[in-house]
Design a protein around this ligand. Structure first.
Ligand code: PSU
Ligand code: MN
Length: 303
């Protein structure tokens, strides 16, 4: 057992007895949504997972450990306190050895989930290849991590703050199956459409669980990206989002935002300039992802 890993008793019990467990990230709580919706959503998502008969494990760093499974009070803390680190893979040794509070990105959450033996992870959107990456080289460590760590990621596709086409190319290079649930087109987070066909399509959680089992039994390393389109009632048309995204990108450039600050800056800008409409879509889609992720985890646990 890794000396830096602390698994909450309920999560440990579920893993030992073969019950479905769903990992959840904490960057979305500390850096992806404003308070109090961040805490309300994190707790609601855990409840959705429980209602489906699975056990949630929200992941974060504190007291020099990687924690798989947080209490309600700990989630509230991560949602309210400022100065929580955004922790991707490269930040883990620093935040652990300095005993700081760290909220984990998709990359760091996947690595800790894998250490704990959790195979299914639910989030909203992943990091990817940014627009202009041919100059900035801004490619999220989420993608390299997905190339090597065997944890499936349930998302609502890729946000169009990123270059969706280049992100799909990168996922192909890394050997990561990209499967959209129930439609032929790859979704773009706020919208059910992206203009890109999904590399793969499956129509049920059971078929997705079978694909995961096949990939990992084959000895293939790395993740599977599962794209679950936002419910139609909560969708925002991509033409409408594009205006805000262009403005957000211009503001990021004018403010010389770089490195790990880019994604949180763009998310915050868009949330503030869409008067909460984007936040509402974000909340709806992550709850929907939690329902689907728990169903996949349940089907996978049966195999
Ligand atoms: N995209 C979203 N919401 C988020 C993130 C991305 O729509 O909260 C967060 C996730 O934690 C993701 C991280 O792993 O941002 C990616 O950051 P970066 O681009 O710096 O790797
Ligand atoms: Mn980046």
């Amino acid at each position: 057992m890794n000396p830096f890993l602390e698994i909450q008793p309920e999560v440990k019990e579920a893993l030992v007895s073969g019950k479905p467990v769903v990992a959840l990230e904490s960057t979305i709580i500390s850096h992806g949504m404003p308070w109090p919706q961040n805490v309300e959503t994190a707790l609601a998502v855990e409840q959705v997972v429980r209602d489906q008969g699975a056990v949630p494990a929200t992941i974060a760093l504190f007291n020099g450990k990687c924690h798989a499974g947080l209490s309600k009070e700990q989630i509230e803390y991560f949602g309210q306190v400022s100065g929580v680190w955004k922790v991707s893979l490269r930040d883990m040794p620093y935040v652990l050895s300095q005993k700081l509070y760290g909220a984990t990105t998709v990359a760091a959450t996947m690595r800790i989930a894998s250490m704990a033996g959790i195979r299914i992870f639910v989030t909203g959107g992943i990091g990817g290849v940014h627009r202009g990456a041919e100059n900035s080289m801004d490619i999220s460590a989420d993608l390299t991590e997905m190339g090597q760590t065997p944890v499936a990621v349930v998302s609502a596709g890729v946000k169009s703050i990123l270059d969706i086409g280049l992100t799909l190319e990168y996922l192909e290079t890394k050997g990561i199956p990209v499967v959209t649930l129930g439609q032929d087109e790859f979704p773009s987070f706020y919208s059910r459409k992206s203009g890109f066909p999904s590399p793969l399509r499956l129509d049920t959680p059971g078929e997705i669980a079978s694909l995961l089992d096949t990939k990992w039994k084959m000895g293939l390393e790395g993740s599977v990206l599962i794209a679950n389109p936002v419910p139609a009632a909560s969708e925002i048309r991509s033409e409408e989002m594009e205006v805000h995204i262009q403005q957000a990108l211009q503001a990021a450039s004018a403010n010389k935002i770089s490195g790990k600050e880019v994604t949180p800056f763009l998310l915050k800008y868009i949330a503030e300039h869409t008067k909460g409409e984007s936040l509402e879509a974000n909340i709806a889609l992550i709850k929907h992802n939690a329902r689907v992720g728990a169903a996949i985890a349940t089907a996978y646990a049966k195999i």
